[in-house]
Ligand binder design. Structure first.
Ligand SMILES: Nc1ncnc2c1ncn2[C@@H]1O[C@H](COP(=O)(O)OP(=O)(O)OP(=O)(O)O)[C@@H](O)[C@H]1O
Ligand SMILES: [Mg+2]
Length: 270
């Protein structure tokens, strides 16, 4: 028989699907700031934050929200090489497909953009921009100088690298919007809303404030880490539910299980 915890577990699989988006306070603040910045005469806007703070899902949400008002496009992880990138951009700009064996002439593309100035404005949401090479970013900047194409550049921040300090980002900052890890309150809202969206009321109620404190302590309010921890907690619950139901308290997730999950993920050591 299927365990009631199976659905709960699957709620916490990482997803950047906008149907899973939750209007968290800080994410909505960033959304409003971005929307406001997009209306200013800026060429580039930076969305900055540690991995797992919700940049990609926010960009997807913005694209969906504004798609009827603006020409707005989402460029995901840059696995594309430069040629493919410009093909994609060419298609968006001209609404025409180029044969795959041709290479877009970059200066012609810039000229094309210059001609669009004042007539059309495109917004490109560029995710994972830390993966673009410096010369590619330089080309992106040249395109943005035309003022027909505006870029929202999402960058992730790590401890060992100060990306904004890199030459090609430093000289043209623009406007910076930062996403941070969630507070305990916000993470609580996140966990509850995720479960309630799937009608898992009892399970949502079985995680009480004390548990939320513990979860926040382990994950530091990072949404990706939170997903991992909750997934593991429910995976353990599912196991007991199927094999040793006496180990489970359906009214309240046992603290022991949260600790086991934290141990499994390396948040704590024995
Ligand atoms: N507002 C939100 N609503 C719903 N889910 C969210 C929200 N914010 C974050 N998440 C969850 O957190 C996970 C991580 O978010 P996301 O992938 O957007 O982070 P990121 O900042 O783009 O990370 P990276 O820098 O590693 O690309 C998502 O898979 C999603 O499940
Ligand atoms: Mg991302």
């Amino acid at each position: 028989m299927k365990s009631r915890y199976e659905d709960a577990k699957n709620v916490f699989v990482d997803s950047i699907d906008i149907n899973d988006y939750i209007e968290l306070e800080s994410s909505m603040v960033a959304y409003k700031q971005l929307e406001h910045s997009m209306d200013k005469p800026l060429k580039m806007i930076l969305l900055f934050g540690r991995p797992g703070t919700g940049k990609s899902i926010l960009l997807n949400y913005i694209q969906d929200k504004l798609k009827h008002q603006k020409e707005i496009y989402y460029f995901d992880t840059p696995t594309l090489n430069e040629k493919e990138f410009f093909h994609k951009l060419f298609k968006i700009l001209t609404k025409k497909d180029l044969p795959s064996n041709t290479v877009v002439n970059f200066s012609a593309l810039v000229d094309y953009c210059k001609k669009l100035r004042g007539k059309r404005e495109l917004i490109i949401l560029l995710d994972e921009a830390q993966m673009y090479e410096a010369d590619m970013m330089e080309k992106i900047r040249l395109l943005s100088d035309s003022r027909a194409v505006k870029f929202v550049v999402a960058l992730h921040k790590t401890d060992d690298e100060d990306l904004i300090a890199k030459e090609h980002f430093k000289t043209r900052i623009w406007e910076v919007i930062e996403l941070k890890n969630g507070s305990r309150e916000e993470q609580t809202v996140y966990i509850h809303k995720k479960l309630l969206k799937k009608n898992l009321f009892e399970i949502a109620n079985s995680i009480v404030e004390k548990d939320m404190k513990l979860i926040h302590k382990y994950t530091q309010g990072n949404y990706r880490e939170c997903n991992k921890l909750l997934y593991t907690i429910f995976e353990i619950c599912e196991f007991y539910d199927k094999n040793e139901p006496s180990q489970i308290n359906y009214e309240r997730i046992p603290k022991r299980i949260i600790e086991m999950a934290a141990l499994k993920l390396g948040y704590i050591n024995v």
